[in-house]
Design a protein around this ligand. Structure first.
Ligand SMILES: [Mn+2]
Length: 342
């Protein structure tokens, strides 16, 4: 257990706060991923069993391969027009903000979250959180927010309260944010937490099957098309990249989540240290950057594509056309030749 993440003195007021039943809202970032939903629903299961009145309210829908998560049926998708949702947030005594650093990562939820006077507790692993939370547990050395949620529950002295349902939510979060426990962010301590989740009843192969062996035919054919026709490899720069227009996505009846993880295939080519995926959606170009070792995808994304994230896994965006964006990327890339090939 990493006591540095949840030191006793900083946990005391939180413990006190949660010692009597509270109205609680749990939220996470726009377009929630496996860690966002696994963390939120794991914490939801725990707090609900402790007698709190808990709502999980998320800014947008999430991929259907996460619909099996225990508690999914109780999740509310935010809508600024629904008074009952706004009231739940404004009246919450406690707000848990999971897996994001800045409130604008919740997009349309941002104004009401700012307005709410509930005690805001951040549990997250992204760099540089905003200064708007009452309690901040922000640790970039954690591989997933779900890992931190496990430590949070343990720091409350409640590890024994982790049910199989809660354990599978948290397992899913760690598994998806580490690409099945293989990223450099995975530490021995994380493997011990994962072992603890299995001991608490998480069935590892079942979680894996539900997330990774749950593709639609369209998604697999989209993957085939991308790998065969769309992936470009630049061996002299140890880089591979993919660009997909919205017209191409339409050919495969694209649904959110269908392209998740595809950038990792590009990174799996021998010698490739930098992989980039450009995708034209919702009137802009969204970009995923992945890198290996010391090469910082995050620095590249933040310097040129309004991006951020983690050193080896970052996102960015561009308001130029898809072609212009790729052209600009290709003009910048050679400046990094020494860093990419050293
Ligand atoms: Mn995460």
């Amino acid at each position: 257990m990493n006591a540095v993440h949840f030191p006793v003195d900083r946990m005391l007021p939180v413990q006190e706060l949660l010692s009597t039943p509270k109205s609680i809202v749990i939220t996470t970032h726009h377009r929630p991923d496996g860690d966002a939903m696994g963390s939120s629903l794991g914490l939801y299961g725990f707090l609900k069993a402790k007698g709190h009145q808990v709502h999980v309210i998320v800014p947008s829908d999430y991929p259907d391969f996460l619909y099996w998560l225990p508690g999914h049926q109780d999740v509310t998708i935010f809508s600024p027009e629904k008074d009952s949702i706004l009231e739940a947030i404004l009246n919450a005594e406690v707000l848990f903000c999971l897996d994001f650093n800045w409130l604008n990562r919740t997009e349309t939820m941002e104004p009401v979250l700012r307005k709410s006077t509930g005690v805001k507790i951040l549990i997250d692993h992204h760099l540089d959180p905003e200064h708007c939370y009452d309690h901040v547990f922000s640790h970039t050395d954690a591989c997933a927010t779900a890992e931190l949620v496990y430590e949070f529950i343990a720091a409350l002295g409640e590890a024994e309260s982790i049910t199989p349902d809660i354990a599978e939510c948290l397992y899913c979060g760690i598994m998806t944010d580490t690409n099945s426990f293989r990223y450099s962010s995975m530490k021995a301590a994380t493997h011990r937490i994962v072992a603890g989740l299995m001991e608490a009843g998480a069935v590892n192969y079942r979680v894996h099957e539900r997330v990774y062996d749950n593709f639609t035919e369209n998604r697999l054919r989209l993957l085939g098309y991308i790998l065969k026709d769309k992936m470009k490899v630049l061996p002299e720069l140890n880089t591979a990249y993919i660009s997909m227009s919205s017209a191409e996505l339409d050919m495969f009846n694209f649904k959110p989540g269908d392209t998740e993880g595809i950038v990792n295939y590009a990174l799996s080519i021998q010698g490739i240290r930098f992989a980039v995926f450009f995708i034209e959606r919702d009137g802009l170009v969204k970009i995923s950057f992945r890198s290996k070792d010391e090469f910082s995808a995050k620095d590249f994304a933040s310097s040129y594509f309004e991006g951020g994230g983690h050193r080896n896994a970052s996102g960015g965006r561009s308001l130029e056309s898809l072609d212009k964006t790729v052209e600009r990327f290709l003009s910048i890339l050679p400046h990094y030749k020494s860093k990419l090939t050293s």
